[in-house]
Ligand binder design. Structure first.
Ligand code: GLN
Ligand code: ZN
Length: 765
């Protein structure tokens, strides 16, 4: 039996890489210093795994920005627009690499970055490879060989990790018509062969190919490509030991394909899909070993050894110990680095958690336990584990009967507004008296350095709660007054009191904790620190009423209450694994519902429940979509349905395609939905138009992600486009998303122009 790790976090346990990259980009450190930081992180990671006793330690899992971009550079998939950077920069590979990741605006060049998108169903974003017809590939970077040599220097014969050729192609985007990216396998394979040849020359024994697409729905062509590619590789390298790693879902209908691929080890995700083990054990051929992905790489909970050992034993019974590998379910890239830095956590809760470093130890301990160790420390560890797991099952910190009962008592009625939208619309119009093309914004106004510094000072104790409150109120009052002055119809308070749209609510809800250092890479140097939902969620006190009510007293216009929806709170947190996600989501939904009702009681007649993460929560397999959408939509409806017909519920979603889920979006039954739309030139509206979406829509008329101030003319043009597909009586006018990251200067100009555009468009009707 062997242990291995699919990949280790590369940001450094104190986010050293983030800091070094950002300093390098701003010219504060030189290349050699950045490279040093990178090497140090690799060495630290290797040392952690070596000390723990891992058998196969990965290399090339490190990356300065993104491992998919690394692959693009290795195989020379460098879009033509970067060739000038290569010429200008005589030599530095890393500058070319960062140019591809971030764009290049220097020395008279202005080259756009490559596109970025989500890595499967995680919150990690990768740089999308760009593919062209007849594209050729060429070994271009030595990163993988250097890292292998670095590990060797540290006394480790590492297992290089490479994105498998088929997944690499499937991750990319065809940038011109007339070809299928999978056809490029013919051209790509020789470069993989070259890479493997070199690694073999360096004495590599093991190679890990990440092929996550094997756990997704595959076309026939993809299946054929899988067979062809791996047969070719096997032919060339009969000696190399090859691992194919799948994760994030079960193999399901691809099982027979996965087990015929001529490799030595198949890694499967038994956290996401433990049920697949039985079937896999009956289908693995004699010459294939199985890697059990048993320690959750996507979440922060301690492994339940008893549970895991049951699975491992079952595998041993069928295959024998020799053919079993123990591993985390996926790369630990998605886990925070090290729990031991969390000195402020409640010790009982901390005892339920494991971050990457601890997970490495768990993998080793599981092997020891499975092979019948007598090691005293391991046995103590196992006993502690048992106590922690049973303690968590019954802890009064987690379990709240009232919350559980309330969720159990949810009826269909709870997700139902009193009357249909048609009737609500009339009731709302009687109260709200809004004009045609009502104007509003998505919620946040600029979080200036000043606003941030108040919050920092308040947290440090340099400002009293009273002083902080006065400053925020003044900022809120000014923002309200300004919106009123420029003639916006539905005002917002500006969200100055909020650090983050999930954290702000998590901090006030029961059942959440926050780490000090639980950072996870989101993209490049960007890291996030997701809250941990450990227990039954409820709302001890109103969360936003104070600010909304204050804002409403400052104006005669309507102020829109601003909440984050249950699905988004769930999606952007580490979620408890001792009950279905749907259950946790409904608990949050009830908490938000209470807030909605309290806002209404406080005189707030328009309430927005943001759900930007609904789409990203979609399962990887289409078969599972409807089940997810059912509880996700239901959760939203529960949160929104406690109010009178005359109270108007808004929701907001950021850039997402709605075509395939428009029915479910309509089923949310928000009175108004605002969507990010301007970058697609209103094309996203077509899904709503084709569906004859009955409720109101605010398609964003300008892109808030850029400092550029849009002209009145272009916004009128977009509004005309919108009216071509959606009746004017259904349309709102608003920016794409919140204005938090913008400066006041451009915000003022943009919103003044937006209001003018709405007026003019309305006069045209
Ligand atoms: N109300 C939030 C804001 O304006 C919405 C943010 C989002 O959609 N991501 O900041
Ligand atoms: Zn948004």
């Amino acid at each position: 039996m062997q242990t291995h790790i699919l990949g280790y976090p590369r940001i450094g346990s104190k986010r050293e890489l983030k800091k070094a990259c950002e300093q390098y980009w701003s010219g504060k450190i030189v290349l050699e210093e950045l490279l040093n930081t990178g090497r140090n992180i690799c060495n630290q990671n290797w040392a952690i795994q070596k000390e723990a006793g891992i058998d196969l330690i990965p290399c090339n899992d490190f990356s300065y920005y993104d491992h998919v971009l690394d692959m693009s550079l290795i195989v020379g998939a460098i879009p033509a627009r970067y060739h000038e950077v290569i010429l200008k920069k005589n030599g530095s590979e890393l500058d070319l690499y960062f140019a591809m990741a971030r764009g290049y605006q220097k020395e008279g060049l202005d080259i756009t970055a490559m596109e970025m998108t989500k890595w499967f169903d995680t919150n990690y974003h990768y740089i999308v490879p760009e593919f062209y017809k007849n594209q050729q590939f060429k070994l271009t970077s030595n990163k993988i060989f250097n890292e292998f040599a670095g590990a060797k220097h540290a006394g480790i014969n590492a297992k290089p990790v490479i994105i498998g050729p088929v997944s690499y192609l499937l991750l990319g985007k065809e940038k011109e018509p007339g070809f299928d990216k999978l056809d490029l396998a013919q051209h790509l394979l020789p470069v993989y062969i070259e890479i493997l040849t070199k690694l073999q020359e360096q004495d590599a024994e093991w190679i890990q190919f990440d092929e996550p697409f094997l756990a997704l729905d595959l076309t026939e062509k993809a299946k054929e490509t899988y067979q062809w590619v791996y047969q070719e590789i096997r032919k060339q390298f009969p000696e190399l030991k090859l691992i194919i790693a799948t994760y994030f879902d079960g193999l399901k209908d691809n099982l027979s394909l996965a087990t015929v691929l001529p490799v030595d080890v198949l890694h499967v995700d038994l956290v996401r899909n433990p049920e697949q083990l039985e079937e896999i054990l009956h289908s693995v051929p004699d010459n294939l070993s199985l890697s059990l992905g048993i320690v959750d790489g996507r979440n922060i909970w301690k492994n339940d050894y008893k549970n895991s050992l049951n699975l491992i034993k079952k595998a041993i019974e069928n295959l024998g110990t020799e053919r079993i590998f123990i591993a985390p379910s996926c790369s630990l890239l998605h886990s925070p680095c090290d729990l031991s830095f969390e000195t402020h956590l409640n010790p009982e809760i901390k005892n339920w958690l494991a971050f990457a470093k601890q997970k490495v130890q768990e993998v080793v301990t599981l092997k020891e336990l499975a092979t019948g160790t007598k090691d005293e420390n391991i046995l103590i560890d196992s006993e502690e584990n048992r106590k922690a797991i049973t303690g968590r099952k019954t802890s009064s910190l987690i379990h709240n009967e009232t919350v559980k009962q309330r969720v159990n008592a949810i009826t269909e009625q709870d997700g139902q507004r009193k009357n249909s939208f048609r009737i609500r619309k009339e009731e709302q119009q009687k109260v709200l008296q809004l004009p045609l093309f009502p104007t509003t914004t998505i919620g946040s106004f600029p979080q200036t350095t000043e606003v941030r510094s108040w919050r920092a000072s308040f947290k440090k104790g340099e400002l009293t709660a009273k002083q902080y409150d006065i400053l925020l109120k003044e900022e809120t009052r000014r923002t309200i007054q300004w919106q009123e002055e420029i003639g916006i119809d539905v005002l917002v308070h500006g969200e100055f009191e909020r650090n983050d749209m999930v954290e702000y609510f998590g901090e006030q809800l029961k059942g959440f904790v926050f780490t000090k250092n639980g950072w996870v890479q989101s993209y490049g140097s960007r890291c996030v620190k997701p809250p941990i939902i450990f227990g039954d969620v409820f709302r001890p006190d109103p969360m936003t009423v104070y600010w909304s009510q204050y804002a409403q007293t400052q104006t005669k216009k309507w102020v829109k209450g601003m909440l984050t929806g249950p699905v988004t709170i769930l999606q952007w947190s580490f979620v408890r694994d001792d009950q279905p996600r749907s259950e946790t989501c409904k608990q949050i939904a009830l908490a938000i519902r209470d807030e909605v009702v309290d806002l209404e009681k406080a005189g707030i007649r328009i309430i927005q429940i943001d759900e930007p993460a609904i789409r990203e929560g979609l399962p990887l397999r289409k078969n599972d979509w409807q089940n997810y959408l059912k509880w996700a939509v239901e959760s939203f409806r529960i949160s929104a349905s406690g109010v009178e017909d005359a109270t108007q519920i808004h929701t907001h979603m950021c850039y997402s395609e709605f075509n395939d889920i428009i029915e479910n979006i309509a089923d949310m039954d928000a009175d108004v939905i605002t969507i990010e739309c301007s970058r697609s030139q209103m094309e996203l509206l077509n899904a709503f138009a084709d569906f004859k979406y009955p409720n109101e829509i605010g398609p964003g008329v300008y892109d808030i992600h850029s400092p550029r101030v849009p002209s009145k003319g272009e916004m009128i043009e977009l509004l005309r486009k919108a009216q071509n597909v959606i009746p004017a009586s259904q349309l709102w006018v608003n920016p794409d998303c919140g204005l938090k990251t913008r400066h006041w200067e451009e915000t003022e100009k943009a919103l003044i122009a937006m209001v003018a555009a709405a007026k003019e468009a309305s006069a045209e009707c």
